[in-house]
Design a protein around this ligand. Structure first.
Ligand SMILES: CC(C)(COP(=O)(O)OP(=O)(O)OC[C@H]1O[C@@H](n2cnc3c(N)ncnc32)[C@H](O)[C@@H]1OP(=O)(O)O)[C@@H](O)C(=O)NCCC(=O)NCCS
Length: 188
C-alpha cells in the first residue's frame, strides 16, 4: 500500500513550505531562512523533503516534512528532522532518517552524531530505534537553557536494515551535492 507521501531531495523552491514547518515545529529554536538557505547551498549537506503523493498527473503535493544531513566522511551529523504534526506516528520521520543514513553510508560516513533536546522523548525514541545511543550531554545548549543529549549511531547500514523503513530509495543514493557555504548549528 502506498504510504501517501514520497521522499525527494529538498530544493530552494521548497524553502517557503519548509520555513513554515520550521517555525511551527521549533517555536523557540527555529532557524532563519538565511540559515536554511546556506545549509542547502553547502556541498557537505544533504537535505530531503517528504511531500504528499497522489496529486493530479502524479505531481507532488505539499511538503509536510524535511530532514538534513552533514556528511564529512567518515563522520556525519543529523542536522534536523521535522514532520507536520498531522502526520506524526505514520513513519514519515523513520522514512526520512532511513534516507539520511543511506545518504551518509553511501558517502563513506560510518558514524553519525546528533543533538536532541533532553525534553524531547519522542525524538529520542525515534533515534533509539535507529541504533543511536546516548553518549553525552551539552548543558544549556538550546536558547531556552535546555540540555542537549548527544547521540551516536556507529552502524548506519545496520540501523537501516533493522528498522521498518527498509532500504533508502536507490534514486537518491547518489544525488549530486551543490557548492556553497553554510552554518554549523545543529537542530538534531
Ligand atoms: C520527532 C518527530 C520527527 C517524529 O516524527 P514521526 O513522523 O511522528 O516519527 P515516526 O512516525 O517515524 O515514528 C514515531 C512513531 O510512529 C510509529 N510508526 C512508525 N512507522 C509507523 C507506521 N508506518 N504506521 C504507524 N505508526 C508508525 C513509531 O513506532 C513511533 O511510535 P511511538 O511514538 O509510539 O514510538 C516529530 O514528532 C517532530 O517533527 N517533532 C517536532 C520536531 C522535532 O522535535 N524534531 C526532532 C529534532 S531532534
Amino acid at each position: 500500500m502506498s504510504p501517501g507521501y514520497r521522499v525527494r531531495p529538498m530544493s530552494e523552491f521548497d524553502l517557503p513550505a519548509v520555513m513554515e514547518l520550521e517555525r511551527a515545529l521549533f517555536p523557540g529554536d527555529a532557524w532563519s531562512e538565511d540559515m536554511m538557505r546556506s545549509e542547502l547551498a553547502e556541498s557537505t549537506r544533504h537535505y530531503y523533503v517528504a511531500c504528499r503523493s497522489g496529486g493530479a498527473a502524479g505531481e507532488d503535493g505539499p511538503v509536510m516534512a524535511y530532514a538534513g544531513l552533514r556528511a564529512v566522511p567518515p563522520d556525519g551529523d543529523v542536522q534536523t528532522i521535522a514532520v507536520d504534526r498531522s502526520w506524526w506516528g505514520r513513519g514519515v520521520a523513520s522514512a526520512l532518517l532511513t534516507e539520511l543514513l543511506g545518504a551518509a553510508y553511501t558517502r563513506g560516513v560510518r558514524e553519525v552524531l546528533l543533538e536532541v533536546r533532553s525534553d524531547n522523548p519522542r525524538a529520542k525514541e525515534l533515534y533509539r530505534r535507529f541504533m543511536f545511543t546516548e553518549i553525552g550531554v551539552r548543558r544549556g545548549y538550546y536558547r531556552d537553557g535546555v540540555d542537549a543529549i548527544v547521540m551516536r549511531c556507529s552502524a548506519p547500514a545496520a540501523a537501516i536494515a533493522r528498522t521498518r523503513g527498509g532500504e533508502p530509495s536507490e534514486a537518491l543514493e547518489f544525488g549530486e551535492p551543490v557548492e556553497g557555504a553554510g552554518e554549523d548549528e545543529e537542530k538534531a
